[in-house]
Design a protein around this ligand. Structure first.
Ligand SMILES: [Cu+2]
Length: 156
């Protein structure tokens, strides 16, 4: 990353000739997270068929998408599977989630609030329901969000 007007700054803290290998979230590996979830939802992301701008979660477009009901204090797991042809940077409002599995492989992954799920990738993420309210979980590609790739998290 290079900031505007700092293009000529020397690179700091790297040996000359250092090489970079870009990594994707799918490259994450590590031990499984020790805690299990109190509640799980499986969410299949789809849509965009034949160039349409209709996008779905479990076959429904917002506002018809199923609510993700949670109770305060629960650890909630979302299993995200992208069977559409486009990437979906999925963003959860009001919470931080942890990546706990990549394509079925358990990991004690990073904390994030947005995770890009690429074509045919599957991630499991967990968040602690510690911020009562109504929150959106949606694709941050605004065309996809506008096309229905969004759901509401509700506390009960
Ligand atoms: Cu999307």
């Amino acid at each position: 990353m290079v900031y505007e007007a700092h293009e000529a700054d020397p690179v700091q803290g790297l040996p000359s000739g250092a090489r970079f290998r870009p990594v994707r979230s799918a490259d994450l590996a590590g031990p499984p997270h020790p805690a299990g979830p109190d509640r799980s939802y499986a969410l299949t992301l789809s849509g965009g068929m034949m160039g349409s701008d209709v996008w779905t979660i479990n076959g429904r477009s917002y506002p018809q998408t199923d609510r993700l009901n949670v109770r305060p204090g629960e650890r909630v797991r979302l299993r995200l599977f992208n069977m559409s042809m486009e990437d979906h940077p999925m963003h959860l409002h009001g919470h931080t989630f942890q990546v706990v599995a990549v394509d079925g492989r358990p990991v004690d992954g990073p904390l994030k609030d947005t995770l890009t799920v690429r074509h045919m990738e599957q991630y499991e993420i967990e968040f602690v329901a510690n911020n009562p309210g109504v929150w959106l979980f949606h694709c941050h590609n605004l065309v996809h969000m506008g096309g229905g790739l969004m759901a509401e998290v509700h506390y009960r």
